[in-house]
Write a new protein. Sequence first.
Length: 183
Amino acid sequence: MNQNDASYSNGRRRNQRRNERKGERRNERRKEERSRKPKDVKESKERRSKGGKGSFLQKELLRALQRETAENENAIRAFRADVKTCEICGKPISPDEICSAVSNKATGNPAHFDCVLRQVSSKENPGPNEKVAYIGQGRFAVLHFENPHDLRHFTIRRLIEWEDRDNRLEWRNEMAGLFSQIK
């Protein structure tokens, strides 16, 4: 037998013994954990059964939170059930689309954003290298691009005030109130 073979087998035996000891220690720790668990469970049950001021307040707080959550969910269901229709195209505005809806200029009722954009574009008749875009706060603008392939550089030719910034609409207030209640 070669000397290298003997050292290899000795090293292998050493590793086996080391692993056996690790396994024994691991098994001992598991037994200790199992023996400790029932005591911990008993202690926690005793603490809960004793009660006290904290448990009554916690229960009342939990009931109040559950009531508030139920009220919020009912209000959201009612809002989602009240399907609004777009006055421009006549199709219903889904609850997912209501967030991006814009008010109809004539009546103040919600309308699809795309419908309003098409309506503004048809009235303004943008020329070559021009485009109608929403710029925020209820305003649209006619943008002129020097290079139609470079959309970063433009000038505003006309501003179109679509929604009155001072007048907050009822349907939008209701939606904002519901969204602020969601946690």
